[in-house]
Design a protein around this ligand. Structure first.
Ligand SMILES: *[C@@H]1O[C@H](CO)[C@@H](O)[C@H](O)[C@H]1NC(C)=O
Ligand SMILES: *[C@@H]1O[C@H](CO)[C@@H](O)[C@H](O)[C@H]1NC(C)=O
Ligand SMILES: *[C@@H]1O[C@H](CO)[C@@H](O)[C@H](O)[C@H]1NC(C)=O
Ligand SMILES: *[C@@H]1O[C@H](CO)[C@@H](O)[C@H](O)[C@H]1NC(C)=O
Length: 177
C-alpha cells in the first residue's frame, strides 16, 4: 500500500518531539488522584485512568486532525503541544502506578485484563509514545480515507473527530492490549 502525503507529513514532527524536550503543565483534572495499595485502589486507579486517557486521546486526536487538514505553523505547534501533554500524562500516571501499588496486590487482581491494562500504563513512557501516536494517526487516516470519495485516496475530506470517534478508538486500543 502506498504511503499518503498525510502519513509522510507526520514523520518530521514525531522526530522533533524528543529534541524540543518541552514540558507542558497538565490540567489538574488530568492528574492521578491518590489510591490505596489494595485491589480496590488498583481498580479505582484503572477506572480513573481509563476515563482520563479517553479525554487526552480526544484532545490529541483533535490536534492531529486540525494539523493534518490545515497545515499551518500554528496548528503544527498545537499538535506538538498536544503530544507533549500526552507524554506528560503517560509519565504522571506511570509514575503513580509504580509508586503506589506493590506486586503482591497486583498479583491478587482477579481479572487478568485489569493486570494487562495496568502493566501497559506502567510501561507507557516517552519511548512508547511515537508508536502509540503512530497507531492513532494511522487509524485516523484510515477512517479519513474511507470516508473520502472513491478515486481520491489520500485527499483529506475528514469530518471533525467526535467524542464517539475517540471513544471507539479508545475501546479498540484497550481491546488490543
Ligand atoms: C474503559 O472505558 C470504556 C468506555 O469508555 C469501556 O468500554 C472499557 O470497558 C473501560 N475499560 C476499563 C478497564 O475500565
Ligand atoms: C487554518 O488554521 C489557521 C490557524 O493556524 C486558522 O486561522 C484558519 O482559519 C484555518 N483554516 C481553515 C480553513 O480552517
Ligand atoms: C475483565 O475485565 C474486562 C475489561 O474490563 C471485561 O470485559 C471482562 O468481562 C472482565 N472479566 C471478568 C471475568 O470479570
Ligand atoms: C454518540 O453516541 C451516543 C450514544 O453512545 C449517541 O447518543 C450520539 O448520538 C452519538 N453522537 C454522534 C455524533 O454520533
Amino acid at each position: 500500500m502506498m504511503a499518503t502525503s498525510g502519513d509522510r507529513s507526520l514523520r518530521p514532527l514525531l522526530l522533533l518531539l524528543p529534541v524540543l524536550g518541552l514540558c507542558g503543565a497538565l490540567p489538574g483534572s488530568w492528574l492521578p488522584g491518590s489510591y490505596s495499595n489494595t485491589v480496590d485502589g488498583v481498580l479505582a486507579f484503572l477506572s480513573d485512568y481509563n476515563r482520563t486517557a479517553e479525554e487526552v486521546l480526544y484532545y490529541s486526536v483533535t490536534a492531529s486532525w486540525n494539523y493534518n487538514t490545515n497545515l499551518t505553523e500554528h496548528n503544527s505547534q498545537l499538535q506538538v503541544q498536544a503530544s507533549m501533554d500526552e507524554q506528560a500524562f503517560s509519565e504522571a500516571w506511570g509514575q503513580k502506578a509504580k509508586s503506589t501499588f506493590t506486586t503482591a496486590v497486583l498479583d491478587s487482581l482477579p481479572n487478568k485484563q485489569d493486570r494487562k491494562l495496568f502493566d501497559k500504563i506502567v510501561v507507557l513512557g516517552p519511548a512508547n509514545l511515537p508508536t502509540t501516536d503512530r497507531q492513532e494517526y494511522n487509524t485516523i487516516l484510515k477512517a479519513t480515507r474511507s470516508s473520502s470519495s472513491p478515486g481520491r485516496a489520500g485527499t483529506m475530506h475528514p469530518e471533525f473527530p467526535s467524542k464517539n470517534t475517540t471513544q471507539d478508538l479508545w475501546i479498540s486500543v484497550t481491546k488490543a492490549l
